[in-house]
Ligand binder design. Sequence first.
Ligand code: PEP
Length: 250
Amino acid sequence: MRKPIVAGNWKMNGSSLFAKELIGQLDSHVQDLSNVEVVVSPPALYISQVLADAENISCAAQNLHDAQAGAFTGEISVAMLQDLGCKYVLIGHSERREMFGDNVEFVAKKVAAAFAGGVNPILCVGESLEQRKNGQAFAVVKEQVLSALRGLSFDPDNLVIAYEPIWAIGTGETASPEQAQEVHAYIRQVLADEISAEAAEKVRILYGGSVNASTAEELFSQQDIDGGLVGGASLKADDFKIICSAAANK
Ligand code: PEP
């Protein structure tokens, strides 16, 4: 059985006070939920604070560089994340692919670096609206998954994939549960065909794209949806609590 995960991507939002208040409200709620792993992804500056304040929540960084150290101003290495006790790292979020030059080669290097450094990647994949309209969604997602994983040896328990159709991120437009399930099942088939049966069985695949307190339950009830990567709604404690409970009840 795959344990559901809900990960909240704060993006470039929040402050020290915000983090304290949100984690204060969330941590006690999560304490009573046994069947869900709750992760928050604050700006890197607040990871230490969140981990110090949270007993039941782990952290994902929003990015890393694949190099171990060196002249990469503004970047963070996997060893630094490991040093902080950060369990996960988002890799290949569409905002990074679109705005910060995270192309398929860079994403693949980052995934390899994360595994090598003992921080679990949450690999984000997803098609644009134009690609969906042109019937390319499956091909795009397959290539994003395989270009990041080809040739890598990894423990499938340590990999999370987030399917995030770009047209649903921050737009208020959610993929229907059937649309999301269709792609999740396809990703699992790709893992079975190209990686291993074990990977297909064990890798957790999250849905992301305007998940909110009213849509979470139905999305998470789908067979191949193992939780969610949540942006906007993860900044509101009450909404995020409902989303975490929806995953715990899967
Ligand atoms: C995200 O940033 O990964 C995301 C899914 O955002 P939102 O939930 O706001 O669409």
